[in-house]
Write a new protein. Structure first.
Length: 72
């Protein structure tokens, strides 16, 4: 993750990407997130791949830091 720019300067998330990120950063599994959002695990994975690409993050820990930086 680029530490010199704030996440909002780098990219924006769709509402569903934000919701997915919130669930994962809260410690939910892909399966739990999918069930809660009424999606397939594949769709959750797709949202997370998009988030990882937008913010150049690779791990769940980095996703959690991103969620905190976005004020979630």
């Amino acid at each position: 993750m680029n530490l010199t720019a704030t996440p909002t300067e780098t990219a924006t998330l769709t509402p569903r990407e934000r919701e997915t990120l919130l669930h994962i950063a809260s410690g939910h599994t892909y399966c739990q997130t999918a069930r809660h959002m009424g999606l397939s695990q594949h769709t959750v994975d797709t949202y997370l791949r998009r988030i990882r690409a937008k913010f150049q993050v690779n791990t769940t820990a980095e996703l959690t830091r991103l969620a905190i930086a976005l004020g979630m």
